[in-house]
Design a protein. Structure first.
Length: 210
């Protein structure tokens, strides 16, 4: 018996639904562990690189272990959490001369493409900072992915450079002998540990179901 067009349409729909189910099952969501994740940076001050970091970072990784290229990273950083171990300098960095943290409370990164082979490669995404969004490419390395209880734990490092002037961070001072107090290139130094989020407690599940 020859199948009708309607039957073929139903079969095609079921096949598509099954394929989508398989694809979604291959991806698991991990949360960045803020106590083991560091978003650091360094920039030249006079003649010496000065390092700092952002203390408050959160984000997720939609991880496809079988095909890392299909993974996606989203990160949110609290601008005011900048820390260079100098309170006066940190307050200046939070001011309108630099990040203007009151008007721009978040720095975000959303990956657009990942190209990793043998645990090393690149990740390109949109970095939004100081109200400006620009593409940035980071060198990435997979430290490892493994099981932790009923979930997954993964470690990554990333590094790269951005020109702060691209994001409107142009404050500087000219030195008497020429040159500038601050460099324009900012080196990013990132380490990430991500884990499967804990299962909700029964009380939380009951509350959300109401």
């Amino acid at each position: 018996m020859r199948p009708t067009d309607r039957t073929l349409s139903v079969i095609a729909f079921l096949a598509l639904a099954f394929t989508a189910g398989v694809a979604s099952a291959a991806t698991e969501t991990l949360n960045l562990d803020p106590s083991h994740t560091r978003v650091g940076f360094s920039v030249r001050h006079f003649f010496t690189p000065v390092r700092g970091e952002f203390k408050n970072v959160k984000g997720t990784i939609a991880l496809d272990q079988a095909n890392l290229k299909e993974s996606k990273v989203e990160v949110e950083i609290e601008t005011a959490s900048i820390n260079t171990n100098n309170e006066k300098r940190d307050n200046h960095l939070r001011s309108a001369d630099f990040f203007d943290a009151e008007k721009n409370p978040k720095i975000t990164f959303v990956s657009k493409s990942i190209d990793v082979k043998d645990n090393k490669g690149t990740m390109t995404g949109d970095l939004t900072m100081h109200g400006i969004t620009k593409p940035v490419t980071l060198a990435v390395e997979v430290g490892g992915i493994g099981k932790m209880g009923q979930g997954t734990i993964a470690g990554f490092t990333a590094s790269g450079k951005v020109d702060r002037k691209d994001y409107g961070l142009t404050w500087n001072r000219t030195l008497d002998q020429g040159g500038t107090m601050l460099g324009d290139d900012v080196t990013l130094e990132i380490t990430v540990e991500a884990k499967t989020p804990p299962a909700p407690k029964p009380a939380e599940t009951a509350a959300t179901s109401k």
